[in-house]
Unconditional design. Structure first.
Length: 171
């Protein structure tokens, strides 16, 4: 198996594994490889650091029987080559146009809020309550708050709204 670092036309980097370099080329040629961030099928190999085995360790333990794994890899490579010979397939849409547009709008909203407000971290609930009570000057803020803190703020009629979570925030 070969691991490649790939980059889409939008500059997103991601990794993927292939049985062989021919398999990568065949899948890329058929539009079967897509960026998990934006769904673009226009991907290229990115520059990668070489994987160099360490010599200060003993030899790796021998596999009990490497023949089945080699046969499976050979079969997979043959199947991929046969599929590539059949011509390009219809590209698989990982994200539809509506979802892509929705994510763009969510990013735009989040970028707007974070560019116009001050990040206050875990002091969010305390500062929001002080602003609501007139103890400090009002300003746009965002930060961290527990579910209990948010509930208490809402019970006190302090307007708070969550920032949308983006897919890349989970990585």
């Amino acid at each position: 198996m070969i691991r490649y670092t790939l980059r889409c036309e939008q500059g997103h980097d991601f990794e993927s594994w292939f049985p062989s370099s021919d398999s990568y080329e065949a899948q890329r040629g058929r539009g079967l490889i897509a960026c998990p961030h934006c769904g673009s099928a226009r991907v290229e190999k990115a520059i990668m650091a070489p994987s160099i085995a360490r010599t200060d360790r003993g030899p790796p333990p021998a596999a009990p029987d490497a023949a089945p794994a080699q046969e499976t890899a050979r079969e997979t490579a043959q199947e991929t080559a046969q599929a590539a010979a059949q011509g390009p397939a219809n590209p698989v849409a990982l994200m539809g146009d509506q979802e892509r547009e929705f994510r763009r709008l969510v990013r735009e909203l989040r970028d707007h809020v974070t560019s116009k407000a001050d990040y206050v971290g875990e002091d969010f609930a305390d500062l929001a309550r002080k602003m609501h009570g007139g103890e400090i000057e009002h300003r746009s803020i965002y930060g961290e708050a527990s579910a209990d803190e948010v509930k208490a703020l809402r019970d006190d009629e302090v307007e708070v709204f969550p920032l949308p979570v983006l897919p890349e925030d989970r990585n």
